[in-house]
Design a protein around this ligand. Structure first.
Ligand SMILES: [Zn+2]
Length: 235
């Protein structure tokens, strides 16, 4: 056999192998390692957002701008660095939002398992709460970085409402609502909008009192899971 035909035979042999077994494995491996490499690069990038879901480029740009601003405003308050990756999922409609989060229709967003879920940007714009919602959920993210999963919901929401200046929008009464602390977390998770609003006001009122009497440092202290919640439960 000539050298030339040997080359052809070898090429055909490889082609058949290529077509039957090796190629799919190689392609799968190449895709897998490429994705792994991209994920590695992504994980090295500081202060980065991964935004998924159905949204226009304009929406994406606006969301990134709002989050950049939230990052500058809130990370220093919690003494956090900007070396993080945060996943934001934009739901395509209310049904998807309710299904993925278990939240209520009146929640513009929800922070869960280190993911910020938000309703459709147009829906939030119509209610004039797109920026407020992203800031709100970003604050929950900051609290989770300081306190992990051990922060009671009322303390978590109370801090967010105060730092995001949401109490006036909730039309909160300055007087106590009478919801006892032990029942507050349950009330905050309720599906009735008016009852939940009262619970949010109560949580905000308690935290505002803590901040006024002891300063924001006391809040940071109380969030640390290594420290006692004694200070907190007095309110
Ligand atoms: Zn919240």
């Amino acid at each position: 056999m000539s050298d030339e035909s040997e080359v052809v035979r070898f090429a055909l042999l490889n082609k058949s192998c290529f077509a039957t077994k090796r190629q799919p494995d190689r392609v799968k491996k190449a895709v897998f390692f490429s994705l792994l490499f991209l994920f590695f690069l992504w994980s090295l990038w500081p202060g980065e957002y991964r935004i998924t879901g159905s949204l226009s480029n304009q929406d994406r740009e606006e969301i990134e701008n709002i989050l950049d601003h939230a990052e500058e405003s809130f990370l220093p308050l919690f003494k956090l660095d900007n070396n993080f990756q945060l996943h934001i999922h934009v739901c395509k409609d209310l049904q998807e939002f309710l299904k993925l989060t278990g939240a209520s229709w009146w929640n513009g967003g929800h922070f869960q398992n280190q993911i910020i879920f938000i309703q459709r940007p147009e829906a939030l714009r119509e209610r004039e709460i797109l920026e407020q919602t992203l800031d709100h959920e970003f604050l929950h993210y900051c609290i989770s970085r300081v306190g992990g999963n051990s922060v009671p919901t009322w303390l978590n929401e109370g801090i967010v409402l105060n730092l995001n200046n949401e109490m006036p929008g909730l039309d909160c009464d300055t007087k106590a609502t009478g919801i006892p602390l032990g029942k507050l977390d349950e009330a905050l998770h309720g599906k009735d909008a008016e009852a939940a609003r009262a619970a949010y006001c109560e949580a905000g009122r308690r935290v505002r009192r803590m901040i006024m009497e002891n300063g924001f440092e006391s809040i940071l202290h109380s969030l640390d899971p290594r420290k006692s919640f004694c200070l907190v439960i007095n309110y």
